[in-house]
Design a protein. Structure first.
Length: 480
């Protein structure tokens, strides 16, 4: 990515790097292949230990055979983008980066290789993964379709719900399986209206409902997810997703389309017409939810969010009964906004063939599952999904019999596994030109609608489209 590089970045490269597991291998000289960790998870001491163990195993076995020395290079997340840019500028590009999310891929889209030729050469079976998760790793860049990586783990969005609130309202729980015919956003809004209460226990169907004194909300939308998690549910008349908001050649903004205008209006209606969710973003909604996440406040019946919320499960357990349901359909389409981690190979590195030997080894099933557990995502490799559910239900213990994770046998974990088939594509973090500026513009437009700062949602779409067109023009002017 020449546009990111500056000659001044060459200074002090060594001072920027934090190496871990730099074991020296004896015998004939080997080609060193570096895996840079730091674009996401993987930097905690316990995670580094797993990398070091894998590094040693590789170097002691296939590394000897192939003349390769594997080395994991760990940097802190806050420094990862600058350090990667510096390495590329200094002609010291790491061979592989990972785990990295879709947004991280998008920020350096020009730097990654298409791994398709290697997959075909070695006959790697992509049927081991859900098609939707693999397709989220495909990018159309300058007319070329590139598969930049394989999914190491995924975090789908699902509907978490509070069973106690449903019980008090006398309302049936949401469906347990994806694709249930009558499970639509219209149905969700209907039951959410019945569980949104003011201080006098009036729900939103009551003419006496007072929005200024809400004590419980029925739904809190996708408020901990980006705008793309919501617009990703909308499709044009031909059945094509409109979530990128740009033309197929990435040169024309299309964020004032009928679908985008409807998405902004539907978002506004959830808050100001149906009144089922807070009239603010999650940070400013603390008046009702306090320091908790919306569901954890015990004042929200349903919350659509990514499965990385698993860190909150213990707190939920202590305060109420909860469970997991699938995302409803919207106009006949079901979409689960999904975060996905992958590993990518760097185009400007020096030894692609030997880097592929490392990449291929890391994705062997026995190594893949160790990495997947190290990062905490749901395994995208299908053969491990049943055991993942068993561990969630029965709990996880270490080799000493110590409990690492308590079992939750009553939770519908299958919903998370099945969500992979409904992963959004394009992904909610997928690349567009001038990525950062376009992203911020979309997030700002969403915030203006949620807060009520902008009441005319059609105008929001028009202004956003105009702003984004400027960012696209700026990008292409510098890429002639």
């Amino acid at each position: 990515m020449k546009r990111l590089l500056r000659k001044s970045a060459l200074l002090g490269i060594a001072a920027l790097l934090v190496f871990t597991g730099c074991s020296k291998t004896k015998g004939p000289a080997r080609d060193k292949i570096q895996v840079m960790v730091g674009f996401g998870t993987g930097t905690d001491p316990s995670q580094i230990a797993v990398h070091e163990a894998l590094q040693k195993e590789f170097n002691d076995t296939i590394g000897k055979e192939k003349g390769i020395e594997l080395e994991f290079l760990t940097v802190q997340y806050a420094d990862s983008e600058q350090k990667f840019t510096t390495l590329v500028a200094g002609n010291m590009t790491p061979d592989i980066c990972g785990p990295v999310g879709v947004m991280g891929v998008g920020k350096f889209i020009d730097e990654w290789m298409d791994i398709t030729p290697y997959l075909e050469k070695d006959g790697i079976n992509l049927n081991d993964y859900d098609d939707q998760l693999v397709d989220s790793m495909r990018y159309n860049i300058n007319g070329e379709n590139k598969l930049v990586g394989l999914p190491i783990g995924y975090y789908p969005s699902v509907l978490y719900y509070n069973e106690d609130i449903f019980d008090r309202a006398g309302i049936d729980y949401p469906p347990t399986t994806w694709g249930t015919k009558d499970w639509t956003y219209e149905k969700l809004i209907d039951i959410a209206r019945k569980m949104t209460l003011d201080k006098n226990d009036n729900n939103t169907y009551s003419p006496d409902f007072n929005m200024e004194y809400v004590t419980q909300f029925g739904y809190d939308g996708t408020d901990w997810a980006p705008w793309r998690a919501w617009i990703g549910k909308y499709f044009d008349k031909k059945g094509n997703p409109v979530s990128l908001g740009v033309s197929a050649d990435y040169k024309t903004a299309q964020m004032n389309s009928p679908e985008w205008k409807k998405a902004f209006k539907d978002l506004q209606d959830q808050i100001y017409t149906y009144k089922v969710r807070p009239s603010s973003d999650s940070a400013a909604g603390a008046a009702l939810f306090g320091d908790n996440d919306p569901l954890g406040s015990n004042k929200c019946a349903m919350w659509e969010v990514f499965s990385w919320m698993s860190y909150a499960y213990e707190g939920w357990d202590a305060n109420f009964k909860w469970n997991i349901a699938p995302i409803p359909s919207l106009d006949g389409h079901i979409v689960s906004a999904t975060n996905i981690d992958t590993f990518v190979m760097c185009k400007s590195a020096k030894n692609h063939d030997k880097a592929w030997e490392v990449y291929k080894w890391l994705f062997k099933p026995e190594n893949y599952i160790r990495l997947n557990k190290n990062y905490g995502g749901i395994p995208a490799m299908k053969q491990f999904q049943k055991s993942w559910i068993d561990e969630r239900k029965n709990g996880v213990v270490d080799e000493n019999g110590e409990v690492i994770e308590e079992g939750r046998p009553n939770i519908n974990w299958q919903v998370l596994i099945d969500a992979g088939a409904y992963a959004d594509n394009p992904n909610n973090e997928a690349w567009v030109p001038n990525f950062g500026k376009v992203w911020d513009a979309m997030e700002g437009a969403m915030a203006n609608v949620i807060s009520g700062l902008s009441e005319d949602t059609d105008e929001v779409a028009e202004e956003l489209n105009k702003e984004v067109q400027g960012y696209l023009d700026e990008y292409w002017a510098s890429h002639k």
